[in-house]
Design a protein around this ligand. Structure first.
Ligand SMILES: [Zn+2]
Ligand SMILES: [Zn+2]
Length: 332
């Protein structure tokens, strides 16, 4: 792969503007042949059967910045140059070097502030998946049209000149792994109308989980996306048996606390919301300093709460001040 790339970096071929639009120019045909050679030598470096590699030297007119694209063939993932994500090797206008780049497709971004939309999308991807130590800008030496859009749509990658070209095969493997992580998470980018802000959501956010904290995190991520796809749900959620930390409880402590409360929530002072089968009021006994945090199971560390107050004591934004209110109630 290195040898044919090296041969393309020559004034014989670049700038390609010299060919006008003559696709049959013998030197241009030779360049096309070298690109085909590079593409076919690139394929064995990549994981088999996951990518399609194609050369792009221009359609209609010869491209000033020709490139070789590496597109994921995963059918649920958009790897198009239109609006998806793909890897590419881009040749600099002067032919002095090449750029390896993870690209955001831009042809499908239309209207309004196109540059702003590209910039926002690129930043969202970098923030979510990192840059793997690669560089976040490239210079294709041509500041108009497609080449300029490629520079803007560069997520991360690296520039090569004859002196560091030998490092390209290793970098290609590295960037393939990073691309693979993006493909697997299958992100969808949402941009506001101006394109100045946006958000990104990956497939993983939709995955079911046993972990309640992760569940809450994913739920709030989804709530932030009004345009998200509808939930699929799960008719037969899988289950697992887990070992939990349990603490011994003294029934007399529980009884004493319920008796002290006498059917009234000790936080909001309203009556218990309903009665149980045996006619007694429903209140829950809560430990002010949790047993899991080495709190004692004694009457002074326990309160009887209605279900609303109990949930708020655990999950409300005021839980710290509720805890100190409860502590002061029984501190002497
Ligand atoms: Zn209450
Ligand atoms: Zn509790």
């Amino acid at each position: 792969m290195i040898a044919p790339i090296f041969r393309t970096l020559s004034p014989q071929f670049f700038p390609t503007a010299k060919f006008g639009n003559s696709f049959s120019n013998p030197a241009f045909l030779e360049l096309q042949g070298l690109f085909d050679e590079i593409a076919s030598e690139m394929e064995p470096i990549l994981t088999p059967n996951k990518y399609s590699v194609s050369t792009n030297l221009g359609r209609g007119g010869i491209a000033f910045v020709p490139w070789i694209g590496i597109h994921s063939t995963n059918t649920t993932f958009d790897s198009s140059a239109n609006n998806g994500f793909y890897l590419t090797l881009l040749w600099k206008y002067s032919g002095s070097g090449i750029c390896l780049s993870l690209q955001k497709g831009t042809d499908g971004i239309v209207g309004g502030n196109k540059a702003g939309k590209i910039r926002t999308a690129v930043e969202l991807i970098r923030n979510k998946y990192g840059t793997g130590g690669f560089e976040t800008s490239i210079d294709l030496e041509y500041d108009k049209g497609r080449p300029k859009a490629y520079e803007q749509a560069h997520i991360f990658g690296r520039e090569y000149h004859p002196d560091n070209l030998s490092e390209l095969p290793d970098d290609l493997v590295k960037i393939e792994n990073l691309y693979d992580a993006v493909v697997n998470d299958n992100p969808v980018v949402f941009l506001d109308e101006e394109g100045s802000t946006g958000s990104i959501i990956g497939e993983r956010t939709f995955e079911s989980t046993f972990d309640r904290d992760i569940l809450d995190l994913r739920t709030s991520e989804l709530l932030a996306h009004s345009q998200r796809k509808p939930s699929k749900g799960n008719r037969h959620p899988s289950h697992r048996v887990v070992e939990t930390n349990q603490y011994e409880r003294d029934p007399a402590v529980k009884a004493d606390v319920l008796q002290r409360a006498n059917g009234v929530c000790e936080l909001c002072n309203y009556d218990a919301p309903f009665t149980k089968d045996d006619g007694s009021p429903f209140l829950e006994v809560h430990h002010i300093k949790p047993l899991a945090e080495k709190g004692p199971d004694i009457v002074e560390n326990a309160v009887a709460l209605c279900p609303n107050c109990h949930r708020e004591a655990h999950h409300g934004r005021n839980r710290d001040s509720i805890a100190s209110t409860l502590r002061s109630l029984f501190s002497n």
